[in-house]
Design a protein around this ligand. Structure first.
Ligand code: TUI
Length: 315
């Protein structure tokens, strides 16, 4: 049994978050993870507020346990989505791809716990001061929009810089990863890629197959020249994007080329021409299984790894 401050803060059984992945983390997945004792999170991505509202309704119908919504701060619908979160009294908000500082007061007023995802110590410190309840420290092993620091160096530096609980993300897909995160001082983990292969995840089956087939070196980072680097599985889309980038094409042209490609992969299942955002752990994901089984095996593996680890220490 693993319990940390985050379990008490959010009233959840296990310190395990499911990443709020755009076009992937729908109400069905979030509800399954929350019902299994973790924290399920709806991924708002670039979707309009009406979509987020419908997914919140789905979760509330499927579970009475706490859940979250991830707000991608580069979305044009941020303000409206925050209003929906406040109105619906969503228990937890996580944010990505920006600084959510200005939204903290209105969210805290209704009791929503604010847990920004950060990729640097500087933003972690700023957001603790702004009133964040906890943080997710995400290393660049993760899928999607990435920072510049890897999880192993990032997590302990964030842990040392703040007093609020820190959840580790990026490169974690099993119980050994959970144990390692706790060893770094984190009080929980967030996993995206592993939960993308949950049975309840509504992403295209072709995406799940591509993750199961992936090996350790199969992800690439593109979009560096646009100022928002993104990690995806290597495919025709990433190679063409990299070629246009190397060719020095204008920002507008690259952005236009990228538009709609995440939906194309995740919803339409075009894993060749779409953007299959996934983390470096794609190579370690071996099967499609229920969210509850992912959480159960994660905790069992962590305990097994802990027993093996203690055997290395001698008095
Ligand atoms: O947000 C994520 N991962 C994401 S968002 C996303 S949707 C998307 N679609 C198309 C293009 C780009 C994104 C897919 N994956 N993770 C959390 C995260 N946030 N990682 C890094 C950051 C971050 C980076 C810079 C947060 C803040 C920041 O700077 C803000 C500041 O003001 O300092």
């Amino acid at each position: 049994m693993i319990r940390t401050r985050i379990c008490d803060l959010l009233n959840i059984e296990y310190p395990v978050f499911q990443g709020g992945m755009a076009w992937v983390a729908t109400g069905e997945l979030a509800a399954a993870v929350s019902e299994a004792g973790g924290l399920g999170i709806i991924g708002a991505g670039q979707a309009p507020a009406s979509w987020v509202e419908a997914e919140i309704a789905k979760v509330k119908k499927l579970t009475s346990k706490p859940f979250g919504v991830n707000v991608m701060l580069m979305s044009p619908f941020v303000e409206e989505i925050i209003r929906v979160i406040v109105r619906e009294r969503v228990p937890v908000i996580t944010t990505g791809a920006g600084n959510p500082g200005k939204y903290v007061p209105v969210l805290k007023e209704v009791g929503t716990k604010v847990i920004p995802v950060v990729a640097s110590v500087a933003l972690a410190k700023r957001l603790e001061k702004a009133g964040a309840d906890a943080l997710v420290a995400e290393g660049m092993e993760s899928g999607g929009h990435v920072g510049e620091v890897c999880t192993l160096p990032l997590v302990p530096q964030v842990v040392d810089a703040v007093h609020i609980p820190v959840i580790a993300a990026g490169g974690i897909a099993d119980g050994r990863g959970l144990l390692a995160a706790l060893a770094l001082g984190a009080e929980g983990v967030q996993m995206g890629t592993r939960f993308m292969c949950a049975e309840e995840c509504t992403v295209s089956g072709r995406v799940k197959e591509k993750i199961l087939k992936a090996r350790d070196r199969d992800t690439v980072v593109t979009g560096q020249s646009l100022g928002h680097p993104v990690r995806c599985l290597d495919n025709r889309f990433t190679r063409e994007f990299a070629r246009l980038e190397a060719d020095g094409r204008a920002k507008e042209e690259l952005e236009k080329f990228g538009t709609g490609k995440l939906r194309l992969a995740m919803v339409e299942g075009d894993v060749d021409n779409g953007s299959v955002m996934a983390g470096q752990v794609a190579g370690a994901v071996r099967k499609i299984e229920p969210a509850a089984e992912i959480i159960r095996s994660l905790l069992a593996e962590a305990e097994e790894a802990y027993a093996k680890l203690t055997a290395h220490f001698h008095k």
